[in-house]
Design a binder for this molecule. Structure first.
Ligand code: ADP
Ligand code: MG
Length: 589
């Protein structure tokens, strides 16, 4: 047997690597565009035919390559971006493996044409299935064009797995959207079968780019976020709780300029929106996390959408807090005013990776790091899309309204300067009751209840280790567990408001999350669910007549609680009709 060991031929290696790197036309597009970005291009032109199965052509105005590099770049492990092991921990480029071009070349007909700015002539290389068929000097504009035709022409089994043109093109458009979101200052054009589908010019801000790619209507539902702590910085745009989608498709998250789709990050975002959006709905976010590259491994998967953080829990809590405190800025200022946060010590993000910061009007108050300006983090009022979460955070906002009356015993009508406000009295009451219950709960802790007969629960070894580390935390949450030998624990107490079975189910889910994410909010979630239910039963229903002093009392109470723009089910508490809107209704403008 051992005599049979041999080194695989280069060509076969490339085909195997292609299996990992090249999944479909969208992955080809991604690799080519990332190379263009790494080459410093400011304009990238992408043409595809038949969903990319017949052709993917990417042209850029980047650095171009000289003769030697043009030949080298289609060789395996040829890269200009990585020289030593140390470089690997502080990568600033999107590529580094030197694997993409040879892999793509191995499974297609590839034409590469490139010219450097200071060179009189360009170079052209044509390969079929990785073999160079033709090469020579050629006229070319400065930059690089790579054409990939007939993907998988030599691997019929893989070609068969490609989907309909529209489906494959959908993946490409999606990929280009993600790349374009991360680089507002770069021009992108995407054509499908001659039709221009994405066309974004160089732009100044993420907000402009979002408006162009995803629509101005959507942008109106977003608020800027910019938050730094412990060397981490998170910035971008996130939806107000009222702007949601049924899927996570519009949750765009990036780390150091690279698109990622990570469990820990998504979990943290959901945690930030907990109790603010309706069940089964997802927020819209375009968020950029900047952190020391040495503290995150982007090298875990060739398509590089998953990452591994050195400290998962730290990143998780940071993101959740950033979202929470952006949606409720005043509570943040109150809670933190006595303990000033340390100045951000994070590495300045490489320029190319910093998407421009959102929304001009916001820019002015954010010139210096946000934590030094606690009073100023309240969004600027003239920006049209802030009112529903933030304007009402002004102290005494609701109390200052002029009460007009009650409509159908369910809605309170008020006047704020020139605008008309409609308040859903049931939703308002629910939020108040919920926040109060939560406060009580937080002060008294979760009350545990001893079980008559302890329950012996078996876990696997990883789970058992995690339980061992978190016994004190679990006790705070109302769970009492004792080590019972091996990976088993005796469950002796559960939160009073749960049955034993619910308690067991919850503890298993919590441990599962602690193992995979390093954090669990399931207990809080379960408790919030119960508190929501309790709140809902305690409060005034719709259809209840309120007199003026009852209305005033309700408004004053609303001023006392957080997150008052939504009830705990995520429904809005109030809506505003501006004078202009009313006038428009009556055709007075
Ligand atoms: P990697 O991006 O991991 O280095 P690739 O196989 O994608 O590996 O590319 C190999 C090399 O070819 C790159 O390191 C770069 O030097 C060069 N290259 C590829 N595409 C371009 C381009 N569009 N413009 C300039 N150089 C390029
Ligand atoms: Mg590359």
């Amino acid at each position: 047997m051992s005599q049979d060991i041999h080194i695989l031929p280069e060509k076969l290696c490339n085909q195997i690597a292609a299996g990992e790197v090249v999944e479909r036309p969208a992955s080809v597009t991604k690799e080519l565009v990332e190379n263009s970005l790494d080459a410093g291009a400011t304009s990238i032109h992408i043409e595809v035919e038949r969903g990319g199965k017949r052709l993917v052509r990417v042209s850029d105005n980047g650095s171009g390559m000289g003769r030697e590099d043009a030949f080298l770049c289609v060789e395996r492990h040829a890269t200009s971006k990585l020289r030593s092991e140390e470089d690997l921990s502080c990568l600033q480029t999107l590529g580094f493996r030197g694997e993409a071009l040879p892999s793509i070349a191995a499974v297609s007909r590839m034409l590469l044409r490139t010219r450097m700015a200071d060179s009189m002539e360009g170079w052209e290389i044509y390969l079929e299935g990785g073999d160079v068929r033709r090469a020579g000097a050629a006229g070319a504009p400065v930059g690089t064009t790579i054409e990939v035709r007939n993907l998988f022409f030599n691997l019929p089994a893989r070609r068969k797995f490609l989907r309909r043109d529209e489906t494959e093109f959908g993946h490409i458009a999606d990929m280009v959207t993600k790349l374009a979101l991360a680089r507002p200052h770069i021009q992108f054009q995407l054509f499908h079968d001659g039709r221009l589908v994405i066309d974004v010019n160089r732009q100044k801000s993420l907000a402009e780019r979002v408006a162009d790619l995803l629509g101005t209507e959507l942008l109106k539902g977003l608020v800027p976020l910019d938050y730094s702590r412990n060397g981490l910085r998170l910035q971008g745009l996130i939806s107000q709780p009222i702007t949601t989608r049924p899927t996570a498709n519009l949750m765009f998250t990036f780390i150091n300029g690279r698109y990622i789709r990570d469990r820990v990050v998504h979990h943290a975002l959901r945690e930030g929106y907990r109790n603010l959006i309706m069940k089964g709905r997802q927020p819209v976010v375009a968020l950029f996390l900047e952190m020391d590259p040495a503290l995150v491994d982007v090298n875990v998967h060739p398509t590089k959408h998953e990452v591994r953080f050195r400290d998962q829990a730290l990143v998780h809590d940071f993101i959740a807090a950033a979202v929470r405190e952006t949606l409720q800025p005043s509570s943040w200022a109150e809670a933190r005013s006595d303990t000033p946060a340390p100045p951000p010590s994070g590495p300045p993000a490489p320029q190319a990776f910093s998407p421009n910061r959102p929304v001009e009007s916001r820019e002015r108050v954010r010139e210096t790091p946000l934590i030094y300006h606690e009073k100023e983090i309240r969004p600027v009022p003239e920006a049209p899309f802030y009112f529903s979460t933030a304007e009402c955070d002004a102290t005494g906002f609701f109390g200052s309204l002029k009460v007009i009356g009650q409509y159908r015993n369910s809605y309170i009508l008020c006047q704020d300067e020139n605008d008309l406000l409609l308040i859903d009295q049931h939703a308002a009451h629910e939020r108040i009751a919920f926040e109060k219950l939560k406060l009580q709960h937080r002060e008294s802790g979760v009350e545990g209840q001893q079980l008559l007969f302890p329950l012996v629960l078996d876990f696997d070894h990883r789970e058992a280790a995690v339980i061992g580390e978190h016994l004190a935390l679990l006790r705070q949450l109302g769970f009492e567990l004792d080590h019972f030998g091996g990976p088993s624990f005796a469950l002796k107490g559960v939160p009073r408001i749960l049955t034993t079975e619910e308690g067991e189910g919850l503890i298993r889910a919590v441990v599962g999350e602690l193992v995979s994410i390093g954090r669990s909010a399931l207990v809080e979630q379960a408790l919030d669910g119960l508190l929501t239910l309790m709140a809902c039963h305690r409060v005034v229903r719709a259809n209840q007549s309120l007199n003026l002093s009852e209305i005033k009392a309700l408004l004053a109470e609303l001023d006392q609680v957080g997150f008052k723009a939504q009830c705990p089910h995520g429904r809005p508490v109030f809506k505003r009709l501006t004078l202009q809107e009313v006038e428009r209704m009556f055709k007075r403008t």
